[in-house]
Write a protein that binds this ligand. Structure first.
Ligand code: UVW
Length: 327
């Protein structure tokens, strides 16, 4: 394999293409006309959630920097007994509970503690960089302990930008497999072959979903270690394919979009560098694509309206997302 990734990096670099102050990159391909056209893909009124569960039993137990989400109840049904003991409950908390519980209403509240990256998510354009620069030439020093002042996820969320035509490339099914074998490299040629087999044309401004079957395999095995370490995924060479097709974003049902381990020694997450940093193209990870894929295989329609709004978290370098594919 030619180790010419720096040449590819300069070829696919979109810096300045949408102005020096741009912070949303290839999402600029999603125009008002594109959104209207996407809405016309809704024919049956069937909606497919593409979100994996945010739960304690996720794949992250073997990770040193991410944890499975922890969800805790703050107020719950058991607190009803407080209503019987409010006389002994002093201070403003007691007063607040007294006024809430004086009538018949009872309630529950909960809290979640999680890495923004530990479930179905978008990587923002500030998530990775190299040689001290982010997408569009912003300095990496913009990303501090307080968050990022450049290319944060809020720049996308504020604009409600991720509504467009979604297309599914079901690489696993095209190869007659439930899931690709561990460490399978999905090449640009394979993406083309899959779209040909599905009679589908990728168009400017699409979000491309690639199914490897890897999330479904985790659901069956609950083997987080295998999910994190042995992942099939896109080759770094897919950067040029995404660039040439003017794709708005790409999302995969694996942990990092790209294949693990790295194809070029000592260059991990190279596709991240080429997409997030050079192209300004966001990556969606851990998307649950199996139910949608089954439906697409039945009606042979691999295009739909996709709505995938990130949370508006100022300064965040990524966000959980609950995407919907609507047919
Ligand atoms: C890293 O692990 C750095 O990134 P991602 O979660 O996007 O794969």
């Amino acid at each position: 394999m030619p180790d010419n990734w720096r040449e590819v990096a300069s070829r696919v670099r979109n810096w300045g293409k949408w102005g020096d102050s741009d912070q949303i990159g290839t999402l600029n391909y999603i125009t008002p006309e594109k959104i209207v056209a996407a809405s016309r893909l809704v024919k049956r009124g069937r909606s497919f959630p593409l979100c994996a569960p945010f739960e304690a039993d996720g794949p992250w137990s073997g990770s040193f920097f991410r944890r499975n989400p922890i969800r805790l109840m703050v107020v719950h049904g058991g607190d009803e007994q407080i209503a019987d003991h409010l006389e002994g409950f002093g201070g403003s908390v007691g007063e607040a509970f007294k006024s809430l519980y004086q009538g018949p209403m009872r309630f529950a509240d909960d809290v979640i503690v999680m890495n923004l990256q530990s479930g179905t998510q978008w990587d923002a354009l500030s998530h990775v960089w190299y040689e001290h620069q982010l997408y569009n030439g912003y300095p990496a020093s913009a990303v501090t302990g307080l968050g990022t002042t450049k290319n944060g996820i809020e720049k996308v969320a504020e604009r409600g930008q991720i509504v467009t035509r979604g297309v599914l490339l079901d690489v696993a099914r095209k190869n007659g497999l439930k899931h690709l074998a561990p460490n399978t490299v999905v090449t640009p040629e394979e993406l083309d072959a899959t779209s040909r087999a599905q009679n589908l044309r990728v168009e400017q401004g699409d979000v491309v979903l690639v199914r490897t079957g890897w999330w479904g395999r985790f659901v069956e095995t609950r083997d987080g270690g295998a999910f994190l370490r042995g992942s099939p995924g896109l080759s770094w060479r897919c950067a040029e394919w995404l660039y040439d097709n003017k794709v708005a974003a790409v999302a995969v049902d694996n942990v990092a979009v790209e294949v693990s381990p790295a194809e070029i020694e000592d260059t991990p997450l190279l596709l991240h560098l080429l997409t997030l940093r050079e192209m300004g193209l966001m990556l969606g990870e851990i998307w649950a694509l199996d139910e949608l894929a089954t439906d697409c295989a039945q009606d042979m329609i691999y295009e739909f309206m996709l709505v995938a709004q990130p949370l508006l978290i100022p300064g965040a370098v990524g966000s959980p997302v609950a995407p919907l594919a609507i047919k």
